[in-house]
Design a binder for this molecule. Structure first.
Ligand SMILES: [Zn+2]
Length: 472
């Protein structure tokens, strides 16, 4: 069977594949909870996209199932074991400024432009036709191939939660929702906070400068690009702080502003935003402002709070005692994403931590609890995703590498990332495509597109991968 020309099989179906991808992309499948109902929890658009796919599945005589609108199944093949392909049909909202309307799926310069073109409805259609090719070639399979249709990947993953509560975990699988060649290692990710509650104001120790507010960041997984502090005190004192602040900005060649109003000084620090997985690419406005403020004496709670930020915000988690590294996925990264302090003493520091695949997340959290204890803080884990790692010797990897090498002719390198892909929700799963190396990343952006040649190429790759993973 190794003489199948997968590319040729795709070319035979090229017109239909392109047209159906356009039709699929014309359905606006943005999460819309205002139209949610029992059988369509995520709204009319997502359900319409689901029905579109399941009806296609029926036309091809696949087994299909709608799990109450939370997820869908399209399955073909026989056997105990299954190969899961995890896709999603929900798309992120659209902003203004598109060259053509985002749900018209216009073709220009060999590309289909639409929201969802690359993330993830185009690749979902590629996977569908890949399975159709395997079926139409009447190839013997010893495993069931199951396309799992996710509906809430862009928001809360309620689709996979629901799916795995009611349905089997595939033996192996892949998600066509990141990059080619193969992402086999994704760091563990956790969001944690250290909190301090209100305190009786320590009026006994009179201070001349009082930190009444400190704030930076809105999300764990972003480097804060803005920080603000409000300081009260005598005007003369405030003006001195203001002057030192201007010098501090100048020395660091950073931007910011200071403003004295009556007995209040407002400081703003401008940093550079970056993704939480790469804190070293940003400039953390919260940490820098804390650093500046630590040169001033405030009430005790404020001094302690600022000291905490400065002491524990290094990118590697060294000070927190959680630094770790492995060959496969690199070093632990730490981002201070949320900072809040007010005059009642209520305070918070929120970290986004990404640890290597061979590190124990539990041990990491134990160490953080210790730090909380010694700093009289309340420690909370808000979110924790275990690492995802499939060893390079695993047959899943070997098979996908062989297919990629055969079809693309390039080295099927294994990638490790600090981000989280959909593949994580599989026990033994990797991200496999759909973005070819060197392609511009247009997911979530205006004028999102899929290159038609890539759509065809990935369909051929997925078809061979499905066959190789499930063959008799
Ligand atoms: Zn996606």
């Amino acid at each position: 069977m190794s003489n199948i020309n997968w590319t040729e099989e795709v070319v035979k179906r090229k017109a239909e594949l392109i047209e159906e991808t356009q039709n699929f992309l014309r359905i606006n499948s943005i999460l819309d909870e205002s139209s949610s109902a029992d059988t369509q929890p995520f709204g009319t658009g997502i359900q319409e996209a689901m029905n579109f796919l399941l009806q296609k599945g029926e036309q091809y005589n696949f087994f299909v199932k709608d799990l109450n609108g939370y997820a869908g199944i399209i399955e073909y093949g026989e056997g105990e074991e299954s190969v899961g392909i995890l896709c999603h049909i929900d798309v992120v909202p659209v902003a203004d400024g598109w060259t053509s309307e985002p749900f018209t799926a216009e073709i220009r310069d060999g590309r289909i432009y639409a929201r969802g073109a690359i993330d993830n409805k185009g690749p979902t259609m590629a996977v569908f036709y890949a399975l159709a090719i395997v079926k139409e070639l009447d190839l013997p399979l010893s495993k069931r191939v199951r396309i799992i249709i996710g509906t809430d990947e862009e928001s809360n993953w309620r689709c996979v939660d629901h799916y795995f509560k009611h349905e089997e975990m595939p033996t192996v699988g892949f998600a066509p929702d990141a990059d080619f060649p193969i992402i086999n290692a994704e760091k563990g990710i956790t969001d944690v906070t250290f909190n301090w509650g209100q305190k009786e104001t320590s009026n006994s120790t009179q201070v001349s400068l009082y930190l009444s507010r400190f704030q930076a960041g809105e999300r764990f997984n972003m480097v804060p690009d803005k920080a603000r502090a409000m300081i009260s005190g005598e005007r003369e004192q405030l003006e001195k702080v203001e002057e030192r602040f201007r010098k501090f900005l100048l020395n660091n060649e950073h931007n910011g502003s200071a403003q004295v109003e009556d007995q209040l000084l407002i400081l703003s620090y401008e940093g550079v935003a970056a993704h939480g997985s790469t804190p070293e690419n940003g400039l953390n406005a919260g940490v820098y402002l804390a650093q500046f403020l630590s040169g001033t004496s405030f009430q005790k709670e404020a001094n302690d709070y600022l000291e905490f930020i400065i002491q524990y915000s290094d990118f590697n988690g060294e000070a927190l005692g959680i630094a770790a590294y492995d060959e496969v996925s690199g070093a632990l990264s730490l981002n201070g994403g949320l900072f809040y302090f007010d005059e009642s003493g209520e305070a918070k520091v929120g970290f986004n931590i990404r640890y290597p695949v061979t590190t124990s997340g539990e041990q990491c959290i134990e160490k953080l609890k210790q730090v909380a204890l010694t700093n009289n803080a309340v420690f909370t884990v808000h979110d924790h995703m275990e690492p995802n790692y499939v060893n390079e010797t695993h047959p899943l990897i070997q098979t996908l590498q062989a297919v990629y090498k055969r079809q693309v002719g390039e080295e099927p390198k294994l990638l490790a990332i600090g981000g989280g892909t959909y593949a994580r929700s599989l026990d033994t799963g990797v991200a496999f495509g759909p973005m070819f190396p060197g392609r511009e990343d247009v997911a979530h952006k205006k004028d999102e597109y899929i290159v038609i040649d890539d759509l065809l190429r990935m369909t051929a790759i997925y078809a061979e991968a499905i066959y190789e993973l499930a063959k008799g």
